[in-house]
Structures are given as C-alpha cells and as structure tokens.
Design a protein around this ligand. Structure first.
Ligand SMILES: [Zn+2]
Ligand SMILES: [Zn+2]
Ligand SMILES: [Zn+2]
Length: 591
C-alpha cells in the first residue's frame, strides 16, 4: 500500500524500464513507484498500456495514472517507472536464480532504480532510445528452446532475424535478463557523489579517470573545454572532456544514443556518482541541458529562426538536408505537424516514424512527402501568428522547401484568403526540431551557413476556394516530365499520391506518397495522364466524398473500361487536392 509520501500522479512511460522496448497499446504493465525521499515505495498493477493520454483509473490506489504531456503534477511527483508485467516477472525469476538470498522487495527496488536511471538525470526529457540487445544471447535462448543449436552461431542470420522480429517477446526477455545480470554484477553498497569537475573521462563498466578542474578558472577562458555526455537506452554511457572546442565526431546521428554537448563551465553544479558504476546518473541544476541525436550538434543560437523564442531544455532531433533524399511530414487533419521523417539510405521508408505515433493519430494522419533530388536553397517556416502560438505547441505549422531545380514546395493547409507569411532561411544545412511524446512538433529551427532569416509572403498559386473543407494543396507542372510514379491505395485502387520526375533531375510530389508502403507504378517517358473521379462514401456530416483513379502510359492511343475518364496530354499544371482519403485532381493551362 502507498503511504503518505505516495504521489498524486504516477507517470505511465512509453518504454519498459526492464527491457527498454516501447510498449504497444494493450500490453500488460506495472508501475514502479518511488517516494519523495528518493527511495522505492511499491509496484502497482497499471493494467494495460493506453493508446492515448487517458490511462485506466478504475482502481483504488491513492493516485492517478497519467500520460498527459507537460503535466505539472507528474513533474512534481516522486519518480516512477513503468514495466511490462511479464518482463518484471522474468527479472525477478532470473535474479533469484542467480542469488536465492535476494528478496522480492529488494529486487523491485533494484529494478526501479535501474529504470529511473535510464534518464541521465531526473528531469531529463523522454529519449525513446532503442535498447542495445545482446542478439546472440537471444538466439541461444531460441535455439535451445527449439533444439536448433546451429542457428545460434550464425551472427549475420541472427541479426537479420532480430531486425525482422523486434516486436517478439524473445528480445524483450533477453533484454530484461541482461539487465538483471548487469544489476547483480554492479550491486554496491557505498555510492558517493563527486562534482563532474573532478572527472576527466568515464565510460560505463570502467573506472572514472579523475582530474580536478574546479580550481583552474584560466583553463576555461583559455581553451573553452567542452563536456560531451553520451546516453543510451540504459542511461549515462560516457563522459568526455574535449579541449579547445573540438567536438567533431565521425558519428553523424543516431536513434540509439543521445548526446549533451555544452561548455564545461555549464557543468559546475553537476554531480556524478562513483566509484566505477555500471549504472549511474547525474544530479544537474533544474534548468537541465539540451539533448541531441548527434554528438556534433549545431550551435542552437544559430538555429533560431525566431530569435525571440528559445525552446526550453528538451530533446532535439536533427535532419541533415544535404544527405537526405526526401522528408515526409506527418500532418493531422487539423493541420498540426505530428512527426517528421528524413528519408536516407539507411531509413528509406517513413514506416517506423509513422508507427511511433499513437494509433489514434495514425488513423487520421496525412503523409506529405517532399523528394529532395536537388539542392535545398532555402527552408521556410510559417510565421507564428502570436506570442502565445510561439510559446505553446506549434499549431498549423506550414513549411516551405525551396529547391534549386524543383522550385517552391509548400507543405500545410491551404489558406486561400491571404498570402502565407514565412520566415525563410537560405543555405540550410540542418533542420532541428523537438517532438514531445503524444503532442505535435513543438519547435523547429534551421541551422544555415548564413545564420539569417528573412520574412517573405508566398503568393497564392491561384485565387479560389478549395474543393472541400480544410483541403491540402499540391501542384506540379506537366512539361519536361521524364517519369510519373503513381501511389495507389491498396483496396480501392484510388490514387493517393504522385511523384513526377523531370528531365533536369528534379522531382515534385503531389498528394500523399507513402514511399515504401503503398503499391506504386512507374511510367517512364509518359505521354498521357487520365483521371477518373469516383464516389468513396459519405462523411459523418453526410457530404459525398470522392477519390480519384489515375492512369498514365507511354502512348496516346488507349481505351478505358468505363466512360467517365478524362484523358489528358502532358501539359499545363496538375493541381492535387487531398485530405485523408479524399482527393480531387485538376489540370490547368499555365497562366
Ligand atoms: Zn519489457
Ligand atoms: Zn500527470
Ligand atoms: Zn485515358
């Protein structure tokens, strides 16, 4: 039972404190709850992981489970963690198998400590880092269970199996077991804390190299040393002190590690637990630090498009504009930017980013793909309408991507009554953004070679109202086309999106192109584009909804089964209106 110290809110986190994997809605979960004196209280059945911010409250506990973003009551509560119920049971069983003297309450406290220490400091933002699973150990379990011992020795095959079965409970169990063994190995009674000024370097599993920098103020001013912290799924992994501002790294960016890179002087109040801990974390001032997905982040001050707004300490993700082949923006039907995926050779499909969205958002999200086959010369973000807009969640963010050959690409709801105003940054090198859990992207910045943003008004492509309410708009010229790639929705065979490639090598995308997901058909050197509108059904307000079938081919002579096709040669401009399943395609002569 909880005592007086029990918090009024108990946070339900999106990742398991035992195995490190993200929960899927419906998973059975347990809350490990601490007290305000930083000791462990108890484990509580937290029922199933919810698909939204609303948690099950049908219990008699003296607190509420909570997932609401930026919740003050969660922030002021004692620390808690969340675990899969079966991971917790496996952790207890595996630990007791190693040492029978260990009692359940002591083991639960060990698990709670390890789970909350996955954050590098208590108020650190959620990092969502993928766990580093011992794949060969997992394969040995699986091989032993099914009597196929030879399989376990094939490293490449093991890795392929892991890549294709990451949702399997085998990997969750392997990861939970790894944690149990690590904790038993690192069990230590005496842990003391020292200022980070006394640490020269440290890596998990090794003793810290000590050197006292605290009484050397001239060192700071002369060389401006930098401290870089590396964090992985298990928490703080490495501390480095880099002299002379030299922070270059061969690691471009990572989904499994995160980094804090700040001048050493910012760490004067930061304390670190010794001796040679396998798991540890820092005590940092309330302000915290920015956490990046790259060990070599751009200077934040140079990324602020709107210099009046600097985001609070948070997790920032980077997209290198010169190495990605496209960007998919996930936009809600109300115009909020729910996610961003950078297409690269390692991550050609946006499916993983899509799956990281809550299921309710997945059902109504639009995929707006911007192929980048030539150079981005400028990147624009719609100007915040008010201070309140800027300080709160970025709502209805519109994005302008200016391509050297492809021209201006507009992403966002179409405002036909007035020109859209943008803050445009030229020569962009990287896009940086913050995506908190559940809520939309809350900050976008641009790192550029020129460090300056200018205001522009984007002229409307034409005057007139959209064909249906809150429609999204895309358009592309149909001259000098070298290929047309049509993305069809599987069941209705309705066209969801089109990518047009031009003779000069540039590309334009229209509608929703779910690259790597939807069935697509490419027509090289197309001569015609045929469109047929058809009824999709009715909206909940009774309005008739329409979809569109699209065909293209290399010859002008052709026949259709039905008579309602509009056949067009390739000239003029194609306008593609879309919202969820609805589409309307129109061809216009160039004005
Ligand atoms: Zn788990
Ligand atoms: Zn709360
Ligand atoms: Zn036709």
């Amino acid at each position: 039972m909880a005592n007086e110290d029990s918090p009024s809110h108990v946070r339900i986190y999106p990742q398991c404190g035992a195995c490190g994997f993200a929960f899927t809605p419906g998973d059975r979960i347990v809350a490990l709850v601490g007290k305000y004196d930083s000791t462990f209280d108890a484990a509580y059945d937290a029922f199933t992981f919810p698909d939204s911010a609303y948690c099950t409250q049908s219990h008699r506990y003296p607190f509420s489970f909570c997932r609401f973003p930026s919740c003050d009551r969660c922030a002021s509560a004692a620390e808690s963690a969340t675990a899969h119920k079966d991971c917790l049971l496996l952790f207890l069983r595996a630990s007791k198998a190693q040492d029978q003297r260990l009692a359940t309450p002591a083991l639960l406290e060990m698990l709670w400590t390890a789970a909350i220490w996955r954050k590098p400091w208590p108020a650190a933002p959620r990092l969502g880092l993928a766990p580093d699973v011992d794949v060969s150990r997992g394969m040995r379990f699986a091989a032993k269970a099914c009597g196929q011992l030879k399989i376990a020795g094939l490293a490449e095959l093991s890795w392929m199996i892991y890549q294709r079965s990451q949702q399997s409970s085998l990997w969750r169990y392997t990861s939970s077991l790894d944690l149990a063994l690590l904790l038993l190995e690192s069990k230590q009674d005496e842990v003391s804390s020292v200022p980070i000024d006394k640490i020269h370097a440290w890596r998990r599993g090794y003793p810290a190299t000590m050197k006292d920098y605290a009484d050397k103020p001239s060192y700071y001013s002369a060389d401006k040393p930098i401290i870089r912290l590396t964090v992985d799924s298990q928490g703080l992994q490495c501390i480095e002190r880099l002299g002379g501002g030299f922070i270059e790294s061969s690691t471009p960016r990572s989904d499994s590690t995160a980094y804090v890179v700040e001048p050493a002087e910012y760490f004067s109040d930061v304390h670190f637990a010794i001796p040679q801990p396998l798991l540890t974390r820092l005590r940092v001032p309330a302000k915290g630090f920015y956490i990046w997905d790259t060990p070599y982040p751009p200077p934040l001050q140079q990324c602020l498009v709107d210099s009046a707004y600097k985001p609070p300490s948070s997790r920032l993700t980077t997209i290198q504009t010169r190495t990605c082949t496209g960007i998919t923006f996930f936009i809600s039907s109300t115009g909020s930017l729910l996610g961003i995926h950078a297409h690269t050779s390692n991550q050609p499909s946006a499916q993983e980013t899509f799956e990281s969205l809550p299921r309710r958002q997945q059902n109504a999200v639009m995929w707006v793909y911007v192929p980048i086959w030539d150079e981005i010369t400028a990147f624009g973000i719609s100007e915040p309408r008010s201070k309140a807009d800027r300080a709160s969640v970025v709502s209805q963010t519109c994005v302008l991507v200016r391509l050297k050959l492809g021209g201006d690409v507009f992403v966002g709801p179409y405002h036909y009554k007035q020109p859209q105003r943008f803050l445009l940054t030229e020569q962009p090198l990287a896009l940086i953004y913050e995506k908190p859990e559940i809520i939309p992207v809350s900050f976008i910045g641009i790192h550029s070679a020129c460090h300056k943003a200018k205001q522009i008004s984007l002229a409307l492509p034409f005057h007139g109202s959209p064909p249906f309410e809150k429609a999204y708009f895309s358009s592309a010229p149909l001259e000098d086309v070298s290929s047309i790639r049509i993305f069809n929705e599987m069941e209705a065979q309705a066209c969801r999106g089109i990518v047009i490639q031009y003779v000069n090598g540039s590309q334009r995308a229209l509608g929703q192109c779910r690259v790597g997901i939807d069935r697509d058909q490419i027509v090289m050197r197309p001569r015609r584009l045929c469109l047929a509108s058809f009824a999709l059904g009715r909206s909940y307000t009774g309005d008739q909804l329409y979809g569109t079938k699209v065909e293209s081919s290399t010859t002008l002579h052709h026949k259709h089964d039905r008579t309602d096709w509009a056949c067009n040669e390739l000239r003029g401009v194609l306008r593609f209106w879309f919202k969820n399943q609805q589409t309307k395609l129109e061809l216009y002569e160039r004005t």
